[in-house]
Design a protein around this ligand. Structure first.
Ligand code: ZN
Length: 377
């Protein structure tokens, strides 16, 4: 009996070329737009396989070497879960062209680039946070009409903004926000109480609802990379950024965090604003102090490996954290987590995972509180 494949569900994406009894040839699908056309990015995959016999199956992804981040497959292992159980990593190889995933015997197995964070779960997160005291506000709609929501938490004078999943395939970003929210809404947590007194949090757990459901890595339903839209967002191409940028203008901003995943680097790191022309000594000092506090708060965070400040030049203000840092002169950071694992603290079973992302989100709150205490007016 042949293997069966489907990706007709929330965030599903794969192309199937050939199917046998215990093997298949697959291709990673490009990001798609509303009109069915494709954009230039391709990396995300998510599908279910049925009919894997007692000797398992070998899946060959023949265009891995032609994806947006081919180096992302070196040292990478696909994630999967059998019969809706816990996610795990599968034995995965890459020879520079083809990625090979070894699938264990199973009735049905779900395979993905990283643990998905579904739209249904997103809606449940909003409902749970609202029941625990957060205020939910609709900022606008996506191009395909999905709700773009923020959660407002706390009553302090300093506005803190946290956004996630501008790049929808970086699902670890929403797991991070999930963990952060669980702690921020814990009435027994002294850090959370201090933060709610000093700050008002504005949190957008999913900046790109359409891309998330479409199974895209980087783009929305118009093919726009939202993290290159902040200088000139438009209602036609990037209404998600337009709505959030307007809301930030309305509240002001004392600290900004844009949460991402990096396909290649096996570390957690931040990218700051030091390349901006108006970057001040005070901003430098605040950024350095925050990084030092974060290192002390989480053994998963480090400052040795990351992006060179030279990575962005002319287009730098198109990026969210640079635009906000430049506009408000505040602490403004992009946080990156790995798709693979943290090479400083590897986990042979799970690699980098949803649980570690959530823990990191909770652990960032202590450093945020220290930052607000240092900079309080
Ligand atoms: Zn990203």
């Amino acid at each position: 009996m042949s293997l069966t494949f489907t990706s007709s569900f929330d965030s599903g994406a794969i192309e199937v070329d050939a199917v046998g009894d215990d093997s298949a040839e697959l291709r990673i699908r490009p990001d798609v737009r509303s009109d069915g056309s494709r954009s230039e990015f391709r990396q995300w995959f998510h599908f279910r396989v049925g009919g894997v016999g007692s000797s398992g199956a070998r899946l060959r992804v023949t265009n891995a070497g032609e994806t947006t981040y081919p180096e992302g497959w070196r040292g990478y292992r696909a994630v999967a879960r059998i019969d809706e159980q816990r996610w795990m990593r599968l034995p995965t190889g890459y020879d520079g062209r083809t990625m090979t995933i070894e699938v264990p015997p199973s009735r049905t197995i779900e395979v993905a680039y990283f643990e998905p964070y579904s739209w249904e779960r997103h809606r449940a997160l909003l409902a749970d946070c609202t029941a625990r005291g957060a205020r939910q506000q609709r900022l606008g709609g996506s191009l395909q009409g999905r709700e773009l929501d923020r959660l407002i938490i706390g009553s302090g004078p300093q506005p803190v903004w946290i956004i996630a999943r501008q790049h929808p395939g970086e699902t670890m970003a929403e797991w991070f926000v999930d963990g952060l929210l669980q702690r921020l809404l814990d009435p027994d947590d002294a850090v959370a109480r201090g933060l709610q007194r000093m700050a008002t949090f504005h949190i957008v757990p999913n900046m790109n609802p359409d891309g998330s459901v479409l199974g895209n890595l980087r783009t929305n339903a118009a093919g726009a990379n939202l993290n290159r839209e902040w200088l000139q967002p438009s209602a036609e191409r990037s209404p998600e950024v337009l709505a959030v940028r307007d809301a930030i203008q309305a509240t002001g901003c004392a600290a900004f965090f844009d949460i991402h995943g990096d396909e290649v680097l096996p570390y957690v790191f931040i990218a700051g604003c030091e390349m901006l022309p108006g970057f001040t000594a005070r901003q430098q000092q605040e950024q350095g102090a925050f990084a030092a506090d974060f290192r002390a708060a989480s053994a998963d965070f480090q400052s040795e490996h990351g992006y060179s400040a030279k990575k962005y030049q002319d287009d730098v203000l198109k990026l969210a954290s640079k635009y906000i840092g430049h506009t408000f002169g505040c602490l403004s950071l992009t946080l990156e987590m790995p798709f693979k694992d943290n090479a400083n603290a590897p986990d042979a079973d799970a690699g980098w995972s949803s649980a570690r992302s959530a823990r990191l989100g909770a652990d960032m709150l202590g450093p945020v509180l220290k930052h607000l205490e240092r900079t309080a007016p």
